[in-house]
Write a protein that binds this ligand. Structure first.
Ligand SMILES: CC(C)(COP(=O)(O)OP(=O)(O)OC[C@H]1O[C@@H](n2cnc3c(N)ncnc32)[C@H](O)[C@@H]1OP(=O)(O)O)[C@@H](O)C(=O)NCCC(=O)NCCS
Length: 217
């Protein structure tokens, strides 16, 4: 892609509603009928674990067509030693601009900044199809799991510095920010501020269910 075709830059306050609308367009009906990601990013920006230095948008044709955000998270080993890492997400590209390499640009740009900031591991849930080409591996490969030793199939790990994870068992503790959108009523109220959009079932919701309910043994 030609660098003159897009601008990658930090999100600013005046972009907020445009980015939220983009997230709504990208996530609508993808995992569930409707979506909550636009509300999530709306409140995530105020959370103490949110990392504003990694809140990037990408502009093309005069509008915001992609966004990525990160939050602080923790890994703890079996001796209680802690390691600060980042959780990537939400990540979205407008449906009209998908499969053109924009998420690759957003990720590679922000990975470089995260590394300069001192973070050397990125963890996130997601469909592996979207991430393996960016060097993510199954959490099992790095011995990163939830408390109780569960290795979710959708838990993906990327080392920004080779060898950042040394094979010991790490337990992943996402930020409390993850539960911000559990409030279905608040999501509905926020969604009502946007143009009406029809909630519907689509096959990607079954795919999401399978990915999010699977573990690697
Ligand atoms: C997922 C998403 C962010 C990808 O953005 P994108 O700009 O379309 O992605 P890219 O064009 O940069 O492709 C990224 C990688 O995805 C993979 N990919 C692309 N199209 C694919 C397809 N049809 N099937 C499987 N993998 C595919 C490729 O491996 C590609 O890597 P490459 O750059 O080495 O070719 C975008 O589709 C989106 O916003 N989807 C809705 C929201 C979402 O699902 N967010 C992620 C939550 S897990």
């Amino acid at each position: 892609m030609n660098k003159n075709d897009y601008i990658i830059r930090l999100e600013t306050e005046k972009d907020y509603r445009e980015t939220e609308n983009l997230a709504r367009e990208a996530f609508w009906n993808l995992s569930v009928p409707g979506c909550h990601e636009h509300y999530f990013i709306h409140i995530l920006r105020q959370h103490e674990d949110f990392i504003p230095e990694l809140d990037y948008v990408i502009e093309a044709d005069g509008k915001i067509i992609g966004n990525v955000m990160y939050t602080k998270a923790l890994l703890k080993d079996e001796n209680g030693t802690e390691k600060q890492v980042v959780t990537m997400g939400p990540l979205c590209v407008h449906p009209d601009y998908q499969r053109k390499g924009f998420s690759r640009i957003l990720l590679e740009h922000t990975f470089g900044i995260a590394l300069k900031m001192g973070y050397d591991v990125v963890v996130n849930f997601g469909n592996p199809d979207n991430y393996v080409a960016r060097g993510y591996k199954s959490c099992k490969k790095y011995n990163v799991c939830f408390e109780g030793g569960v290795f979710p199939a959708a838990l993906l790990v990327k080392e920004l510095r080779t060898g950042a994870l040394d094979g010991r068992r790490w337990f992943y503790f996402p930020s409390a920010a993850e539960s911000l959108c559990d409030d279905a009523e608040a999501v509905e109220k926020f969604d009502a501020l946007f143009p009406p959009k029809e909630k519907a079932w689509q096959p990607s919701q079954e795919e999401f269910y399978i990915h999010s309910h699977s573990a690697i043994s």
